[in-house]
Ligand binder design. Structure first.
Ligand SMILES: [Zn+2]
Ligand SMILES: [Zn+2]
Length: 301
């Protein structure tokens, strides 16, 4: 199972109805926080998640409303005597926001990502895969995807034994890998599995971005696409000049990428909560499987 919690769904300036951006993704033993904006520690506490539980912090870009909570979050981990390492992933310059405290009890693994126009794998560990692509904004913005790989079909152990496939290869085959045995035989998953299909779960998070190819490629086939939806279509010119998207742009990207669910987020502070349905109606007309994010909204897939 994969769980998504919205810590904040607004952009630029926090309002009582919408905090600044932040999404927590829980999958297996991993706790991945994307965009640690101001007030992140307090908001984590309000949903009962200790900063000690976080395994990854991913920053889309270095605008204040996406990264200003990072130093405080790391300082809180220090105060709580964290001992396990934490991985901080972000664009070029992210290391300036992650000073290693003197006498720190824990290690900070910093992964500073250069701009990438193609989908790029950041990390693959256990069944988890993290990818990014750099998309258009006023500064380097990395859109991220988090994938939970699951067995691609029903495994037939009798068939595997009959073919003499050593047990150490079974797991890899179940996850969809074609393996080469020591005797040179090539084993395709379909040789020992039935009902084969793509059962992985992917969440794609755009950060602040204009719509476009990069987002669509990264989000292709995702279970959930969390898309910049800063403006309503009336303000499309402003969206374009500031490297953001309207709810209509988000819906068109979602449709083209063939995602299962679109969630609009990063609504401008100019829109009060009363605009909730305007965003939903606008995007839903193009892509019916749409939700408008609310703070503390939880999605489980
Ligand atoms: Zn922003
Ligand atoms: Zn921004």
């Amino acid at each position: 199972m994969l769980k998504i919690v919205f810590l904040g769904s607004g952009g630029a300036i926090p309002r009582p109805c919408r905090e600044l951006p932040g999404v927590l993704i829980e999958v297996d033993r991993y706790r991945i926080l994307i965009d640690p904006s101001e007030g992140t520690v307090r908001r984590l506490e309000s949903i009962g998640v200790s900063p000690l539980k976080l395994t990854h912090i991913m920053v889309t870009h270095l605008h204040a409303d996406h990264v200003n909570g990072l130093p405080g979050l790391l300082a809180t981990m220090l105060m709580l005597n964290r001992v396990t390492p934490v991985t901080v992933i972000g664009p070029v310059g992210i290391s300036d926001f992650t000073p290693t405290p003197i006498n720190s009890s824990f290690r900070i693994n910093i992964i500073e990502l250069k701009p990438a126009s193609e989908i790029t794998l950041i990390e693959s560990v256990d069944n988890l895969e993290l990818r990014y692509v750099t998309t258009y904004h006023t500064v380097q913005n990395n859109s991220y995807s988090v994938t939970l790989r699951r067995p691609i079909g029903t495994f037939n152990p009798d068939k595997a034994r009959e073919l003499g496939i050593p047990v150490i290869y079974w797991r890899r085959i179940q996850m969809g890998e074609t393996v080469v045995l020591p005797d040179g035989r090539v084993i395709e998953p379909t040789m020992v599995m039935s009902n084969v299909g793509n059962r992985s779960l992917t969440v794609t998070y755009t950060g602040d971005t204009s719509p476009g190819d990069g987002v669509v490629k990264l989000a292709r086939g995702s279970s959930v696409l969390i898309h910049d939806s800063t403006y309503l279509p009336n303000d499309a010119k402003e969206a374009e000049s500031r490297g953001h998207s309207t709810c209509l742009d988000a819906a068109l990207d979602a449709k083209e990428a063939g995602v299962k669910l679109l969630i609009l987020t990063h609504m401008s502070f100019r829109y009060g909560y009363e605009y909730y349905w305007d965003f939903l109606k606008c995007a839903g007309g193009i892509f019916p499987h749409t939700l408008t994010a609310r703070d503390n909204m939880i999605i489980e897939i």
